[in-house]
Design a protein around this ligand. Structure first.
Ligand SMILES: [Zn+2]
Length: 453
């Protein structure tokens, strides 16, 4: 090695470690600010207790739109604006009823979101049970026709990441009604997509295949599912089910966007977001009040630390993730129309629990670049940045302009006990866990802003 090369090498190494230690100081500053002054939890408290659950098209969803807009205006973000989007409107109606015919004991149930109602006086039919949707697909029409199908697929408990069990079992909720209807069933009930044994039923969305009759669909709590399965094993069981849900015309709603304008490269946009709508049960605390409030708090943190971003940073509250994704689609559509360049988008939509890492949907070289940042974090927060899923609302950006999409991955052990239930309430959120997620995202936004992708 010549002396010149040696000097050059020493210089590059020194400047790299200098850069690294400055970044480490900044990440620590961001965490300190969020852990002492972060507002994610207090904002969430307002959203949960003063507004409550907020299904697309509901009055509460509208309230949440105008409240988050005001919060971001009061924080003094450079620009706060709404993006109009038409959303579907489904109303559950009176409390649904599922019970074993001839008994007064109710089975703890929720209609699956989007389900058609039953006849006015309810329906009564024998039940036929399947262990999973694959077994149902293989069934003979003669065993199903005129009956209520019960799909009792349970989470695979051996997966460390519960989201893996959720996506594997998810098909029974999404497709169960159509598969059952294709075989002549009059209704469907599924075992809730849950990782625990309790009496909370979990709602969620379904997709009706237009080729088949739309039949009413319910989810039973895991305890009620076990009870029903035991009864069925003992002999024929007739069920009574009643639901008077209704579909209405689409209604006008909005994505809410807050922005800090970039000082050097304002045309390069970094998004951090969550979805503002929730199911019509509980308070939509973990799903996904936390992600929205964290995103607002990320921008607040930049202002509090007087960080002037080089690039434009946006907090986006997407509307209608739960039963349509219209907000996410509209955001990407407008981005294309306005020729906006989104270099990265981060979504927090897996609960406000202790962060573990980020998963990235993007090119390998970009993921590699980001992986060098893992060492800047305390390993009890972000311990990995891996290739993987970004998030539902930001995924259209990936399709339309190849935006690198990043998902915040918190600890998943408790999420699917609460998800889409009456138990998804503020009391299930731990303030410090929530703030660690906020700080992790704010730090990542800082690094993305500093170095681009
Ligand atoms: Zn969600």
């Amino acid at each position: 090695m010549t002396i010149y090369l040696f000097i050059l090498f020493a210089f590059v190494t020194a400047s790299f470690s200098q850069e690294n230690s400055n970044d480490k100081i900044m990440v620590k500053k961001v965490f300190d600010e969020v852990l002492t002054n972060g507002t994610s939890y207090e904002l969430l408290e307002h959203l949960c207790k003063k507004i409550g659950h907020r299904l697309s098209g509901s009055e509460n969803a509208e309230k949440a739109v105008f409240w988050t807009k005001k919060v971001m205006e009061d924080y003094g973000f450079d620009r706060v604006f709404l993006q109009e989007v038409m959303v579907p409107k489904w109303v559950r109606g009176d409390q649904e009823i599922v019970k074993i015919d001839g008994s007064n004991e109710m089975l703890s149930a929720l209609a699956i979101g989007g389900s058609v109602g039953t006849e006015e006086n309810g329906i009564k039919a024998d039940v036929v049970m399947f262990h999973n949707i694959t077994d149902l697909e293989k069934a003979d029409k003669s065993d199903v026709e005129g009956k209520i199908v019960f799909i009792n697929g349970a989470f695979n408990q051996t997966y460390i990441r519960t989201s893996q069990a959720y996506s594997e079992t998810g098909r029974q909720r999404w497709q169960g009604a159509s598969v059952a209807a294709s075989l002549g069933a009059v209704g469907v009930i599924i075992r809730s997509l849950s990782s625990s044994l309790d009496d909370f039923p979990h709602t969620g969305s379904l997709g009706y295949d237009e080729k088949h009759k739309k039949i009413p669909a319910f989810a039973l709590s895991t305890i009620a599912s076990n009870k029903l399965a035991t009864k069925i094993k003992m002999g024929t069981v007739k069920l009574f089910m009643k639901l008077n849900s209704k579909w209405y015309d689409d209604v006008k709603s909005y994505n809410v966007v807050g922005e800090l304008k970039g000082s050097e490269k304002p045309d390069e946009i970094i998004v951090v977001g969550g979805h503002l709508d929730s199911w019509d049960v509980g308070e939509g605390a973990h799903d996904d009040g936390t992600g929205c409030m964290q995103s607002i708090d990320v921008l607040r943190t930049f202002k509090a630390l007087n960080i002037k971003p080089k690039r434009t940073i946006r907090a986006v509250m997407f509307m209608n993730e739960e039963n349509g994704l219209r907000g996410g689609l509209k955001y990407a559509e407008l981005a294309k129309e306005n020729k906006e360049n989104h270099i990265a988008a981060i979504e927090s939509d897996a609960g406000g629990f202790t962060p573990r890492g980020f998963s990235v949907d993007g090119a390998a070289d970009k993921i590699e670049k980001m992986q060098k940042w893992v060492s800047l974090f305390d390993k009890n927060t972000i311990s990995y940045i891996d290739a993987g899923y970004g998030g539902a609302d930001i995924s259209p950006l990936n399709k339309t302009q190849n935006t690198v999409c990043i998902g915040l991955n918190p600890d998943t052990q408790r999420y699917f006990t609460l998800h889409h239930t009456n138990n998804d309430v503020l009391e299930q959120v731990n303030k410090r866990e929530l703030l660690l997620g906020t700080a992790s995202m704010a730090s990542l936004v800082y690094l993305l802003d500093q170095y681009g992708l």
